[in-house]
Write a protein that binds this ligand. Structure first.
Ligand code: UT7
Length: 323
């Protein structure tokens, strides 16, 4: 028998304020047509004044707990992926722990920017497989609208806010690729590329800073690295790309999503796409897409899913799991 981290619940939360592309036409030299054609994005949600990443995360965690029919006291740990934590410290995860009313266990943040949820899943999987925790809430939550330069049309139209969460539970499975749960993970980073996607503020500057991106360069890395990490993760468990039922990619750009699916030999019918409705929500984009895919009935128990992401660092990776 092999211990696996199996998804028992999923949920998400989007802040109320919905911003269509046309809203940017009034303040920037841009257009709905350009944004749709170059990115696939049609709208995104933004947090309200006073609303923080922890607020979004709490709603998503509560939704995942409801879906799993569990209470906060049943949970051993919270692993929260974000690059837009409410404060420098404490972690957003401990704020969520408090707001959920969880007085035992442990909680911490993972910072791998858009790859954050992949890194968080891999960490939660290791906690469960090693017996450190049995039930872990894994959250991706972001308020990227807080770090936009609203005069930079090449970045501020791309991002959105939101949160998604899964509840993972340790289960004894057979130890083969038919098992439910996380079957393999593949994590990578290369700090030589830190300058092509970063925020120009932090403790060193005493400012929050704004997101800066060389879009074309990031695009080039994404198309090359995402298919490779997905293939690596699938091959680690002796499966082939054709065995995948669903690709659940990081939602940055529809053109990247299509190119990756094509490289993996899949049509867009096998891909969960939410970028049109959410924009790029960084670490939140994958759990948001999982939640949408489950809610609309596409993702079913037993389906083999590969999920992949790349972001600032550069950091990238993939997780293969059976739902
Ligand atoms: O989540 C982390 C990972 N992030 C990503 O994966 C993002 C990767 N990059 C991208 O998605 C794309 O590179 C972008 C969407 C950011 C940009 O698309 P692109 O096709 O690479 O456009 P570009 O940067 O080459 O710009 C083409 C033109 C430029 O004008 P010129 O120099 O050709 O006259 C830009 O100034 O489009 C212009 N442009 C815009 N025009 C209208 C850039 N942004 C805009 C805009 N509206 N919002």
């Amino acid at each position: 028998m092999t211990r696996r981290a199996v998804v028992q619940g999923v949920g998400h939360y989007l802040p109320e304020r919905l911003v269509p592309n046309c809203e940017f036409e009034t303040t920037l030299d841009t257009s709905d047509e350009w944004i749709r054609a170059r990115t696939g994005i049609e709208r995104r949600h933004f947090v309200a004044d006073g609303q923080g990443t922890s607020d979004l995360a709490v709603h998503a965690a509560e939704a995942a707990l409801r879906d799993a029919d569990l209470s906060p006291e049943d949970v051993d740990a919270i692993v929260l992926a974000t690059s837009t934590s409410d404060l420098t410290f404490p972690s957003t995860a401990t704020m969520v722990q408090d707001r959920l009313g969880m007085t035992r266990g442990f909680a911490f943040d993972v910072q791998a920017v858009c790859a954050g949820f992949i890194y968080a899943l891999a960490n939660a999987n290791a906690l469960i497989v090693s017996g450190q925790a049995n039930r872990v809430i894994v959250i991706g939550a972001e308020s990227f609208s807080r770090i936009m330069d609203w005069t930079d049309r090449s970045t501020c139209v791309l991002f959105g806010d939101g949160a998604g969460a899964v509840l993972l539970e340790g289960r004894e499975e057979n130890g083969n690729s038919d098992d439910r749960g996380i079957l393999s993970t593949d994590l990578n980073s290369d700090g030589r590329f830190r300058d092509i996607l970063y925020v120009d503020g932090g403790v060193a500057t005493g400012t929050i800073g704004h997101l800066r991106m060389q879009g074309k360069e990031v695009f080039r890395h994404a198309v090359e690295k995402l298919a490779t990490t997905a293939r690596t993760a699938v091959s680690k468990i002796g499966l082939k790309e054709s065995d995948i039922d669903w690709i659940v990619p990081h939602q940055a750009n529809l053109r990247i999503i299509k190119a990756t699916a094509q490289r993996l030999g899949h049509s867009m019918e096998d891909v969960i796409v939410t970028v049109q409705d959410h924009g790029n929500t960084s670490a939140a984009s994958i759990p948001l897409a999982l939640s949408v895919g489950v809610a609309d009935g596409r993702i079913q128990k037993g389906d083999l899913i590969v999920t992949e992401a790349i972001g600032g660092g550069l950091a990238w990776g993939a997780v293969v799991l059976r739902w």
